[in-house]
Design a protein around this ligand. Structure first.
Ligand code: ADP
Ligand code: MG
Length: 346
């Protein structure tokens, strides 16, 4: 019936996720002066006069972003809110409102949806946001959750992906790689269970990384900390797809080169043992494992003293003129980073 006038059939994988977004939105036109920042950052910014309103949306699809065989529904509700709020904090803003849209198949009883909402409400309490609307519809296959978050950003504090300057320091909150290793444990235990349903999953001892995967937190506290320390990042992004991918976004948007030291990347001690078990390199996991939801930002070198004593923040490198992202390895080799983040389109 509705045939596309395009007769070519280019596979989406030819473009990748970011290439596809670019391709589809090159014809997008901004008509309103109030649209201060459109596509291409963690959130859009709308000029409200004395402040910006930040808007961001994210979709979670069963079988792509979550697996209900190990993701409890309450956690799913919680996590789907948190990942959206993270994009508002990545603008150095305060999240205030969300809408929640659900596509659900009749395989889910009402009680299952109640569990999801218990998690959603818990996140709304913890992060002080109001759920103000959404949409509910049926799905032929699986569960889809789409959340939009709206927040407030002070005009002189807005932190975009663009803005990193020569000599700025690169800072990351928390530690990296945990969410990915949590996923590896869950996938392994799922396989063990599928091979022998009598086996109980071996999850004890892995609490930290399992929590990083199943019940992540967004770094509202870091936005508050930066405010208290009187530090305004020159650029900021949240780490959803992996450090490499986000460093490249900052480098591209800011038209600079970013350089990070392998030995400075913060990694929780428990990750080393578990990486050994899986025969994975911790640096690779920290660079390319997704879903840590930490904040990556740049600050003027003059602000170093304000942040250097803080255990939540680690300086991992520096910005200089140029392009791309480099890793300076433990033996001082310089390796160009490529984005190998979670590419759900592949
Ligand atoms: P994030 O990882 O921070 O959620 P994404 O990588 O999903 O950001 O998206 C990058 C940018 O592209 C964002 O500004 C987002 O709003 C925009 N974007 C993503 N998909 C679409 C789409 N289908 N149409 C228009 N804009 C999109
Ligand atoms: Mg983001």
């Amino acid at each position: 019936m509705f045939e596309s006038k395009n007769t070519q059939r280019t596979p989406i994988s030819d473009l990748g996720e970011f290439g596809l977004i670019n391709h589809l939105t090159t014809a997008t036109k901004i008509k309103h002066d109030k649209t201060a920042l459109g596509i291409g950052d963690d959130a859009a910014l709308i000029d409200m006069g004395d402040h910006y309103q930040a808007i961001s949306t994210d979709m979670l699809v069963e079988g792509v972003h979550f697996d209900l065989s190990y993701m409890p529904l309450k956690h799913l509700g919680y996590k789907s809110v948190v990942v959206n709020l993270s994009d508002i904090y990545a603008m150095n803003g305060v999240a205030e409102h969300i809408t929640v849209s659900l596509a659900v198949s009749n395989r889910f009883p009402v009680e299952a949806l109640e569990d999801i909402y218990e998690g959603i409400h818990l996140a709304c309490e913890r992060y002080n946001v109001d759920l103000v609307g959404g949409d509910t519809t049926s799905s032929r296959s699986g569960l889809v959750l789409s959340i939009t978050a709206v927040g407030r950003v002070e005009k002189d504090k807005a932190a975009k992906r663009a803005g990193a300057g020569d000599n700025d320091l690169i800072v990351v909150s928390g530690d990296l790689g945990g969410a990915y290793m949590g996923l590896q444990i869950l996938e392994r235990e799922k396989q063990v269970y599928l091979d022998n349903p009598e086996m109980q999953p071996e999850l004890s001892g892995h609490e930290y990384i399992l929590e990083r995967q199943l019940k992540p937190e967004a770094r509202k506290d870091i936005v508050e900390l930066l405010q208290a320390l009187e530090v305004v990042p020159t650029s900021m992004i949240d780490i959803s797809d992996g450090l490499s991918s986000e460093l490249l976004h900052v480098a591209d948007a800011s038209k600079v080169q970013v350089n990070v030291y392998e030995n400075k990347i913060p990694i929780d001690p428990s990750i080393y043992t578990i990486c050994e078990e899986f025969n994975l390199n911790t640096t690779t996991v920290a660079l390319n494992g997704g879903e840590d939801y930490e904040l990556l930002f740049t600050i003027p070198i003059a602000d170093h003293d304000k942040i250097k004593a803080n255990p939540n923040l680690t300086v991992i490198g520096y910005v200089k003129e140029g392009t791309g992202a480099n890793l300076i390895t433990r033996d001082e080799k310089v390796i160009a980073l490529k984005a190998q983040g979670f590419n759900h389109m592949e």
